[in-house]
Design a protein around this ligand. Sequence first.
Ligand SMILES: [Zn+2]
Length: 347
Amino acid sequence: MLRNIEIAELLARASDEHEGNKQKAARRASRHALAWPTEVADLVSDEDRSLTELSAVGPWVARLIHGWLDAPPTDDLEPQSDLRRDFQTFAQAKERVAGSPEWRTDLQGDLQMHSVYSDGSLTIQEMAMHALDLGYSYVAMTDHSKGLHIAGGMNEERLAEQGAEIDGLNAYFESEAIDFRVLKSLEMNLSPAGAGDMEPGSLEPLDLVLGSFHSQLRKKEDQTDRYLAGIRNPDVNVLGHPRGRQWNFRLGLVAEWPKVFEAAAELDKAVEIDAHPNRQDLNRDLLELARDAGVRISIGTDAHYNHELTYVDIGLSAALSVGIPRQRILNYMSADELVEWGRATRR
Ligand SMILES: [Zn+2]
């Protein structure tokens, strides 16, 4: 049976063999294949369903996939490019998590998502309601900070406005006896030197601060110093999508990871699994090193739309597959424990 991960690889290769619109369509479908909720092979076995119900699959891409299903390629389908190494599909992740259902039912929340305060599509209230439907007791609202102009990052004033809106929403949950809380948080942009871009005082009301690198992500030289500076930044709790990799687009940075993880463990800070299908950052190879260092892990979907919240299974599956103990994962803490940890590990 041809799996989606192999179809993603075949589509990436097909995009290299074509030009123009076909190249773009195959490339886009390759990226989307990571997020398809069911294995394509299962879907086509149902006569009433069509491949075109999958995101980014039009008639031409559907014909390509049907061709591969009818006559499975005999060549090696391992990734031909490092840009596609060590990814799993949403379909695979769901299957793995289904084997350990308590990993999902005990999960308390999602620790990275965006709202209309930066580049997300929904309001804080809408994201919170969808998270509530998933059975969570909290989410961290991590909109971008002002340095990331392309994502409409918030300045200090806007962050304070968002905080007031979150206070109002949390007061509503409390008045209705709904056990749910929106944590005040931020995905703070870090300079390559590990410095934040916000007035430290503006971060004081926050429950949790993620620090993420968004620039100079194609450097080939060792970036250990950048990571150590990010970890040691007194305003940061969690290092977000550490490598900065993206499927079939960017490899991400290199560092002496054991050293980075040990430094984080020593300061009791956390490193993230950004569970977005196209990121999966940290990936499993690095998570093994993180596990050995005993560092805390934070799982966030980096959702910009409500349906992306379900990608949390990709993060859970990655943690499960390398045997990260649940006590090391922030998302299994209660809201009170998490907030206390967030304050204790920042200035
Ligand atoms: Zn980011």
